[in-house]
Ligand binder design. Structure first.
Ligand code: BT5
Length: 253
């Protein structure tokens, strides 16, 4: 446990851009040059927004695309997946707080969904020394006021505007997210098991049958739980329990 954590530091400095390739790249540079925990890089539009494994992230103007610099104490490389889950939880909690009639959920490992459609995603990138992270850039994308998605996303993505029927104020959403995220992050560093409890409550997967695409082929089973590092525990049809890291497996829908 650390005494140096303060509240009210997330977003103490916000770097605004109109158009960038990816806010994660800029925030990574900010952190390399000594940027403090809580600094934020936000852009109206990204031309090369990225998801996991260099997937494309659709980021036109109207959405909220930003990256938060974190300097977690004593975090191991193996614990980074838990930060993805934390980010997705932060988006879900913010949506629920601002718009109580919505029912946001998190979908392991890094999605926030409404029903089965993705409304937000998280991409963390860490700078490491040996097996410890010196800093982490937490990239957050939320489809706030997007009306038209690419044809390839038409049936899998949604926006808050589509769900609510009205536009959402970007600054207010960002402020609320930063407040909620800072609270979660303080808890995360002290007691990850209480974060896991929240993640279970918000999870769209636990207790359901899932199909996971692994490098060596597909596996099917029951999504049972998350572990202390944010990995997914699946009980296979054979009865054997297996632990899946986000790098190893992609859920199939
Ligand atoms: C993610 O990856 O969900 C991570 C998204 C992180 C985006 C933020 S924006 C700020 C920062 N800067 C960046 O460059 N990135 C971060 P993944 O789980 O791999 O999901 C990617 C998949 O989601 C794609 O392959 C598409 O199928 C789908 N997708 C792409 N854009 C989307 C969008 N705007 N809304 C919903 N789904 C989308």
């Amino acid at each position: 446990m650390s005494d140096t954590l303060r509240t009210g530091t997330f977003g103490h400095r916000i770097h605004h851009y109109s158009r960038v390739a990816s806010t994660n790249d800029i925030a990574y540079k900010v952190a390399l040059e000594g940027g403090e925990e809580g600094e934020v890089v936000v852009a109206e539009e990204q031309t090369q927004g990225r998801g996991r494994g260099n997937h494309y992230w659709f980021s036109p103007s109207g959405g909220l695309w930003f990256s938060l610099v974190l300097r977690p104490q004593e975090i191991l490389l193996s614990e980074i997946p838990a930060l993805n889950l934390l980010g997705a939880l932060g988006i879900a909690i913010t949506c629920g707080k601002l718009f109580p009639r919505l029912s946001p959920q998190i979908r392991w490992p890094n999605d926030t969904v409404m029903g089965d459609r993705k409304v937000g995603g998280v991409l963390c990138r860490a700078k490491c020394k040996k097996d410890k992270a010196i800093f982490v850039v937490m990239g957050i994308g939320v489809n706030l006021n997007i009306e038209d998605f690419l044809p390839s996303l038409c049936y899998t993505a949604t926006s808050l505007r589509k769900e609510l029927g009205h536009t959402v104020e970007k600054e207010a959403f960002l402020q609320t997210f930063l407040e909620e995220m800072e609270e979660l992050y303080v808890i995360f560093q002290r007691n990850f098991s209480s974060i896991l409890e929240k993640a279970r409550l918000f999870s769209s997967l636990l207790g359901k049958q899932v199909t996971v695409q692994m490098r060596q082929g597909e596996i099917k089973g029951l999504a049972q739980d998350f572990d202390e590092e944010g990995n997914l525990i699946v009980r296979l049809e054979s009865g054997i329990q297996t632990r899946i890291t986000p790098e190893e497996g992609y859920l199939k829908f």
